[in-house]
Design a protein around this ligand. Structure first.
Ligand code: HEM
Length: 86
């Protein structure tokens, strides 16, 4: 069904950096990675390295062949946007 997507700033992303509330961005898309932590074949600790931040580079270095968009489809939160200017 339809889920409304959020616009997420870097400072908002940074707040979600605990296993209970972990968000990460990959190629501009933001995902809640908390539900996937215990299923990650590389382990929770490795996946938590990208919590609260952009994980694109780490992801590409470890397994660029994995289809993240497909795997985390139901965990998508929204898109990265710049901080509002003052
Ligand atoms: C393995 C998914 C993020 C490190 C895997 C595998 C999948 C996966 C499906 C198995 C790949 C295979 O056997 O071909 C994901 C998803 C991620 C993510 C969906 C993002 C949401 C990360 C990050 C790191 C990482 C950020 C590193 C900091 C690893 C490592 C393995 C692995 C080291 C290899 C484990 C082994 O074979 O012993 N991941 N991963 N992953 N992942 Fe991730």
């Amino acid at each position: 069904g339809f889920t409304s997507l959020q616009r997420v700033t870097p400072s908002e992303l940074k707040k979600h950096n605990t296993p209970e509330d972990a968000w990460s961005s990959f190629n501009g898309k933001v995902y809640n990675i908390t539900p996937y932590l215990s299923f990650h074949p590389g382990g929770q600790k490795e996946l938590m390295r990208c919590a609260g931040r952009d994980g694109s580079k780490l992801f590409a270095l470890t397994h660029s062949w994995v289809n993240l968009d497909y795997m985390l489809d139901g965990c998508m939160i929204g898109f990265m946007v710049p901080e509002p200017s003052q």
